[in-house]
Ligand binder design. Sequence first.
Ligand SMILES: C[S@@+](CC[C@H](N)C(=O)[O-])C[C@H]1O[C@@H](n2cnc3c(N)ncnc32)[C@H](O)[C@@H]1O
Length: 288
Amino acid sequence: MLQFFVLTCFVVTQVTFASSNFCINGESLEHTWLNYNEQYLFDHWLGYADHYEAHLPRPTSKKKQPIRMLEIGVQSGGSVRLWKKCYGEQLHFTGLDIDNRCKRMKNKKENIHIVIGSQTNTSFLSQVCEKYGPFDIVIDDGGHTAHMIRTTMAAMLPSEACMREKSVYVVEDTHTMSKCNDEKSYCGDPTDISSIPCDAFLQQHSQWFSISNPALHLVKETAWAARVVSVHLYDSMIFYELGTKSENKRITKGWDSFSNIEEKVQQSEYTMQRKVHAHPKETSKLLV
Ligand SMILES: C[S@@+](CC[C@H](N)C(=O)[O-])C[C@H]1O[C@@H](n2cnc3c(N)ncnc32)[C@H](O)[C@@H]1O
């Protein structure tokens, strides 16, 4: 009997911990997606659900604190319904698409707005932000080309009218950029898939470059660099978390220290590298 009780407790604990209750319906986002069985098609990658839970604000029952979401790419409308199921009345949803048919998802009573236009039209984006923003969450699930992703980010991230001070910007389906050679190419260069998130990482180091090597113009701080606190990378997804950066102070504590041999080590490392990499004919030139 005792064994049965212990086993039951173990199983119940496992089930409880295995599924979160992220959504207001008490279910995890993954369960909400899996249990969906309504008219408007939802076509997604299941693994995204956990990443969303890790980075999006948790829905609450506080209707007076709306969560404003912009989803670029509405298509058949399944994701509109599912975000609404998860966030409930708190969600003020704006869907943006080039396809006029997406207007069918409009529902003023439910605070669902649909706007028609291209994500590469930056003045259109500004109008959308002025009218429905600033957003707590922006999801780019639109045309998925590197050009579209970059253009939309460059327009939205620096703008206080578009992104709230503490907000999340998500790029979905980055794997599409691996389609680089055929007729419908999603990238300008095969490295776009990594250079898009790396741009932000590089920008985050701009202050270090400006101290160590101001002549190097590799890292010119963009208007949005100062707002991106962290970048999270997953298979096919990027999350940019925006917020206020706190000052990063170096601390030294304790009293027993070695003298710094870093410089000597670096010197010999780089001399070695130059020897190894240099073409035999060029060695004499390089090592003078
Ligand atoms: C992947 S689907 C969106 C799927 C939807 N979020 C869902 O989960 O059900 C991509 C959508 O992006 C739209 N789209 C393509 N290019 C666009 C552009 N330049 N601007 C805005 N939307 C675009 C397409 O019309 C299509 O409806």
